[in-house]
Ligand binder design. Structure first.
Ligand code: ZN
Length: 178
């Protein structure tokens, strides 16, 4: 055990914790100081294998000794933008282009993901309503509400027991279809 915090995905990592690579990609790059090791993130590498990346607290990492000229040259070489395509924010980090192929800052990226989730939920809701409408017109239909309950894991229990608690919320098809 390392005693470091551990994250199951990059989504959960606070913005001030960066890998050595990300520290080097900052507009004003910083060196990964071993004393600033703060956490681990479990992720997939380029070949889709499980890997663990060490994260450093960027606030406690010293800047590199790069000169203004070296920083300008690195900026000219960068293939990704630091400017958000939606709100024009200038960010210290190079921005991901995985959504729509456009560089988005963390805030605009979250907004876009939420809007996509909303649109998907609206589609799912319409499909569910149509399916329910069809089902309620089946002959002799009955409606049963089922609440699936997963009990908490107990210290002595190796596997979680799953169970279904069915409520007696039964209605006849004619009543439900009205
Ligand atoms: Zn933005």
């Amino acid at each position: 055990m390392t005693g470091l915090d551990s994250y199951a995905s990059w989504r959960d990592v606070p913005s001030h914790l960066l890998s050595a690579t990300l520290l080097g990609e900052l507009e004003f790059p910083r060196k990964p100081d071993p004393a600033a090791r703060a956490a681990l993130v479990h992720t997939r590498d380029w070949s889709d294998h499980d890997t663990t990346v060490t994260l450093f607290d960027a606030r406690r990492c010293p800047p590199t000794g790069a000169s203004a000229g070296q920083l300008a040259a690195a900026a000219a070489r960068a293939t990704r933008s630091r400017v958000c395509a939606d709100c024009a924010a200038w960010c210290q980090r190079l921005l991901p282009v995985d959504l729509d192929g456009r560089p988005l800052c963390p805030a605009c990226r979250s907004v876009l993901l939420l809007r996509r989730a909303q649109a998907q939920a609206a589609d799912d809701r319409a499909a569910a309503a149509a399916q329910l409408h069809t089902a309620l017109h089946w002959p002799d239909v009955a409606v049963l509400q089922v609440d699936v309950t997963t009990p908490e894991r107990t210290p002595g229990l190796r596997k979680i027991r799953t169970g279904i608690n069915a409520k007696d919320d039964l209605a006849d098809g004619a009543a439900a279809a009205r």
